[in-house]
Design a protein around this ligand. Sequence first.
Ligand SMILES: *Cc1c(COP(=O)(O)O)cnc(C)c1O
Length: 387
Amino acid sequence: MNIQELDHKYIASTYARFPVTLVRGKGSVLEDDAGKEYIDLTSGIAVNTFGIADDEWLEAVKAQLYKLQHTSNLYYTEPCARLARLLCERTGMKKVFFSNSGAEANECAIKVARKYAADKKGEEYFNIITLTGSFHGRTITTLAATGQDSFHADFRPLTPGFIYAEADNLDDLYSKIRANKAAAVMFEVVQGEGGVNPLPKEFVKGMEKIAEEEDILLIADEVQIGNGRSGMLYGYMNYGIKPDIVTTAKGLGGGLPIGATLLGEKTAGVLTPGLHGSTFGGNPVCCAAALSILSRIDEKLLQEVRHKSQYIVGRLDGAPGIRKITGLGLMLGIETEKDSSAVISECLEKGVLVLKAKDKVRLLPPLNISMEELEKAVAVLKEACAV
Ligand SMILES: *Cc1c(COP(=O)(O)O)cnc(C)c1O
């Protein structure tokens, strides 16, 4: 059996994979088992921040791997302490809980919000308000948080205590908060899986104001848009708001699994010994990887991200077959006249990997993709979109 046959026989059929077996890569170029090369505009869904096998990242990972790959959270280790300090210094948040994925980072945020509200206002203030079109993960609780009914079918009953307010409707948000004793409102500033839709600035600012008035927490889910992708270190920084909890994962480890829940002034003291934990959380190798990634997301790189974003939008906006471009930085959604799946297949055929989000073509290139590779890939994409 070849790899694809083996996969079909033995792997649970949850993924509709493209008919490609990837074997290696370097930077923004991937190679399949037949030696065909692809320019990668996916970053493994916003994970490979600096592409494949980036030299500096590799060195950091290798060095840690040879020293100590895992302890347990019963002992102190250096990489997680240093990473937590850097995350706090760069965001102004106060404490960090490490886990292994976006869903887990959100689970921790939800636990913290409920505990905070229970201590402060009473146990009945357990509701978390999330927005329609949001995506927060695949566990039963983060599915409940996800404001898209299509994800809920087949898995009910979901964790109770999640209320959906309409995205970009402050009146609805206000009435949902008023009608349900709420602990927090949780949101992505750019809804990724929901179709690469940025929330309008007035809505996000209004949300912060309501949260303050009603004394509920603001949880920014930065799992996809975070870690430089938006053109700022975290997406919420584009909006001038100050969340009480920030969750992140995907791009933080540059390809190794790590999730982080950042706790602000109000929530830093909520977690006490025994309240939460994770066997792999704060793993030294993953934290060394993340430390290498985060320390390289500086103003120069962020400028580069914004510049590349403008380049892509400039090349594609108004081009034949392209209706609209949405998103922020290097997280872009393209509304095409053709069916987006057809565009994606044509790109694949011509050696460019792109993603889908709802009905759009979604681009999430490595932040350090070279202009030469980006130009080539955008030309292919433009041709594939033309009707
Ligand atoms: C991907 C994603 C998650 C879930 O992350 P996992 O690592 O797959 O658990 C949560 N929130 C957002 C916004 C995401 O894009």
